[in-house]
Design a protein around this ligand. Sequence first.
Ligand code: HEC
Length: 192
Amino acid sequence: MCTYSRVSPLAAVAVLTLMALPVLVASAQLPTYGVGRAPAAEEIAAWDLTIPPDGEGLPAGSGTVAMGKALYLERCASCHGDDGLDKKYYRLVGGRGTLATAKPVPTVGSFWQYATTLWSYMRRSKPIDEPGSFSTDQVYAVTAYLLYMNDIIGKNDVLDEKMLVRIRMLNRDGYVPDPRSDGNSSWAGAYR
Ligand code: HEC
């Protein structure tokens, strides 16, 4: 009944190897499918928004805590609460000293490792209903307000690209290399 039963195991291995060969060759060459086109440099730039921890690529700009507060109340408070303490979506303020307890409260102040990647996250992902629509100065301002609410910068500070890279977050040294991967990423995302 079964026609494959007559094929010797050795022959089967040989056939499978031959079948796999074009795939191996193709993947080495990266296949083309004849659709689409190469993206233009400005199209790549529009998506290439991630700022690494060292702040490389941060655009020049600035924002005050006061500007950030106005933006926050308008675009963020409905979900995170006026003072960043609303648990409905994600608490943004407080939680210091709780990470190693039975009830950790991860927030911008207690948990985030870099101010630069917070800035990057604000630029890419917020406001949640219109991600990427903030101007550079608005991103600085809203980041300033988050840092101010967490007692990391002062009320009258003006956050710009130079100050941002100098900020040392409370949990800066709290991350460990992830043993499950290549050792370069941290728990819960390398860019927090
Ligand atoms: C419609 C609801 C909503 C609005 C409005 C909103 N957020 Fe969020 N936010 C969320 C949700 C849900 C998450 C968690 C999911 C995620 O990471 O995207 C989150 C996550 C975050 C985090 C990450 C928290 C952490 O520790 O990982 C920060 C910081 C943040 N929001 C700040 C803001 C700021 C600043 C604004 C305004 C510019 C804003 N959010 C507007 C719903 C909202």
